[in-house]
Design a protein around this ligand. Structure first.
Ligand SMILES: Cc1cc2nc3c(=O)[nH]c(=O)nc-3n(C[C@H](O)[C@H](O)[C@H](O)COP(=O)(O)O)c2cc1C
Length: 329
């Protein structure tokens, strides 16, 4: 599939997740097979106000990550246009607009999924952004604001008219947040309604699920979010063919690489949270995970955290692992 001039190789890729899909995690997901990744949401206000955290922590990416999509979050053309231009100047190969975030603090200021409410107003914002940037421009939407306003198809048609290059559909409403199951039929309805590439998203936990979503909806690309937390190898089908020992060795390599990247990319006070969060997920389904997590989150430095993890990880039995539901990662 192509998004504008950017080829999207492979069927599945990492979804943007705030506080999770940063350069370190994107890089390991990429090395496992997610050939295109999208940054977590980057606040247009923060870019506009030259906020250092927004500009240099959240929007940071590694040269090896290219091509990369950077996602912007905002409510109006006044900040989204210069914000998108700044992201383009930073080298974004694709700019994606977040139209799906359901969090109240975001929607009450007109951002995220609130952009799905007033279609004519949003059409003007998209048109202004489209005019201002040259790189491919995509949007990520939900199925609608709530069950009474399921307007993903209407939004998709409007977006196609405005010149949007591709759309990702996560078919839950804003009111559903992350509860219930996503209704994949809605993805198929959007695929049928427009001629631009559609990426499907929602409750995909494996490449088998991704192929099922593609077959049921007609999408050529699938995004995996929660299913990749603590499991970036979900993008590598060869992983499933390994025996338990082979899987454990593969996981050890990925985890060490991730830890290394976190230490390289973040100052310790920021990276420590990242390291502990991801290491805690990597242990999901393994034995004695609770006591391990208590010790892990009690560590105060990179060195202590690594020590706690290494002791735990080298003591687990590679053959003892439970498959967990996404909600329990
Ligand atoms: C912790 C978390 C943070 C998220 N942050 C973003 C974000 O910054 N931008 C975005 O478009 N979607 C965000 N999402 C939504 C995911 O990209 C995805 O649409 C959703 O999780 C459904 O896919 P999944 O079932 O594969 O997780 C976030 C989801 C989670 C769980």
């Amino acid at each position: 599939m192509f998004i504008g001039n950017v080829e999207v190789k492979g069927l599945a890729r990492l979804a943007p997740m705030a506080g999770i899909s940063n350069a370190a995690f994107r890089m390991v997901a990429r090395e496992c097979g997610s050939e295109l990744t999208t940054s977590e949401e980057i606040d247009a206000q923060g870019i506009f106000r030259k906020n250092t955290k927004t500009r240099y922590d959240i929007a940071k990416y590694l040269p090896e990550e290219k091509p990369i999509a950077l996602q912007i979050l905002g409510a109006d053309a006044e900040t989204l246009v210069p914000g998108a231009q700044w992201l383009q100047d930073q080298g974004a190969d694709i700019i994606d607009l977040n139209m799906g975030c359901p969090v109240k603090k975001i929607t009450k200021t007109g951002r995220g999924s609130a952009l799905m409410k007033d279609v004519p107003k949003t059409a003007k914002i998209l048109a202004a952004m489209r005019k201002a940037i040259d790189v491919p421009f995509t949007i990520k939407i939900r199925s609608g604001w709530d069950e009474k306003h399921l307007n993903a198809v209407e939004i998709a048609k409007m977006a196609e008219d405005v010149g949007i290059d591709a759309i990702t559909v996560h078919p839950r409403t804003r009111s559903q947040q992350f509860s219930g199951l996503s209704k994949w039929e809605m993805i198929g309805q959007v695929v049928d309604a427009v001629n631009i590439p559609i990426t499907g998203n929602g409750d995909v936990k494996s490449m088998t699920d991704a192929r099922r979503m593609a077959a049921e909806t007609g999408v050529e690309s699938v995004m995996i979010g929660r299913g990749a937390m603590g499991k970036p190898w979900v993008f590598d089908e060869s992983f499933d063919e390994l025996d338990e020992q082979g899987k454990y060795e593969y996981q050890t390599r990925v985890i060490n690489r991730h830890v290394q990247l976190i230490m390289e990319l973040f100052p310790e006070h920021v990276g420590l949270v990242q390291m502990q969060k991801h290491l805690s997920w990597y242990a999901g389904g393994r034995e004695r995970v609770r006591s391990f997590r208590v010790e892990l989150f009690g560590a105060r430095t990179y060195e202590e955290t690594q020590g706690v993890f290494d002791r735990y990880w080298s003591s687990v039995d590679p053959s003892r692992i439970r498959q967990l539901d996404m909600a329990l990662v």
